[in-house]
Design a protein around this ligand. Structure first.
Ligand SMILES: [Zn+2]
Length: 289
């Protein structure tokens, strides 16, 4: 059996970045013990090649990049052939993006690949939703779920890894909505940041736009399914944000109400004592509410 992992989570949550980091760590020529688990030196021949995407033992299968919507049998045959031989006699790492989108033939072929005994072969399978991956594949892999990060963690990470100012990091983290993959894309590209800001503002404005304006937007996206999907993603994120904010507010209100209640109960206790001046306690409580 090969080692196979399924990384699942939202688009831009950092699955591919993590997969490449794992690959770099596995292929790095300077194995040092006692270092962090995902250590790669970054300077050896293997590291330079994995970074450039040219390491012959790191194979990335990405249907979307080759203009296809599904992973096809040819893709899996390519995996099978390359898994059979290692360029440097060591570990081979296969990163397969959108593993939930396989034709039936490809899936059947891939199951066989997973079951064939091999040397040091590691499969890193990426999917947005684990449930969309065939259960026969899922049952043969370790599943690791990726969640968006809190803004604070993302800011700290950006400051550490990219040496940006805390304001820049905060801007990027806010725009990226907790998605480190997105943050990594945005951090080096002010143009992309501006574009995203503009797009967000536009989508936000749609919430209160007239039907005619919405129809115009729909017309604009007619031939652009990616744009439509993006609208869903952005709109849902905006609504979720609103819910979170109001929940937080409500919680504050709940806390305030609980505080007021406790205070009032204390006052009632004083009020019920035989020696207090009832009117003063009552008025005090009433006015202080
Ligand atoms: Zn290295």
């Amino acid at each position: 059996m090969s080692h196979a992992y399924l990384f699942s989570g939202a688009r831009h949550v950092g699955k591919m970045a993590m997969a490449k980091r794992v690959a770099a760590a596995l292929l790095c020529e300077k194995k040092e013990t006692g270092k962090e688990i995902l250590f790669s030196c970054g300077t050896c021949r293997a590291c330079i090649m994995t970074k450039a995407g040219t390491h012959p033992d790191m194979v990335v299968i990405d249907a979307e990049r080759s203009g296809e919507t599904m992973l096809r049998l040819e893709d899996i045959q390519q995996v099978r052939e390359r898994a059979a031989l290692s360029a440097y006699g060591g570990t081979r790492v296969f990163i397969i993006r959108d593993v939930s989108r396989m034709t039936r033939e490809a899936a059947n072929a891939f199951l066989k690949v997973l079951e064939e005994p091999r040397g040091q072969t590691v499969f890193l399978l990426l999917a947005r939703v684990a449930d969309d991956v065939l259960s026969t594949i899922r049952s043969r892999v370790w599943h690791i779920r990726f969640w968006p990060m809190s803004e604070e963690v993302l800011i700290a990470g950006l400051e550490k890894e990219y040496h940006v100012s805390s304001e820049q990091a905060a801007d990027v983290a806010r725009l990226a909505g907790g998605l480190p993959g997105m943050a990594m894309r945005l951090v080096g590209s002010p143009d992309e940041q501006k574009l995203l800001e503009k797009e967000r503002a536009y989508i936000r404005a749609l919430f209160t736009a007239s039907i005619a304006e919405r129809m115009k937007y729909a017309e604009k996206l007619r031939e652009n399914p990616e744009g439509m999907q993006n609208w869903f993603v952005e709109s849902i994120a905006m609504l979720a944000d609103t819910v979170h904010i109001s929940l937080r507010n409500t919680n504050l209100r709940v806390v305030a109400a609980a505080d007021a209640c406790r205070l009032l109960m204390e006052r009632e206790e004083q009020f019920l004592k035989p020696y207090g001046v009832k009117r003063i306690i009552f008025e005090d409580a009433l006015i202080g509410m």
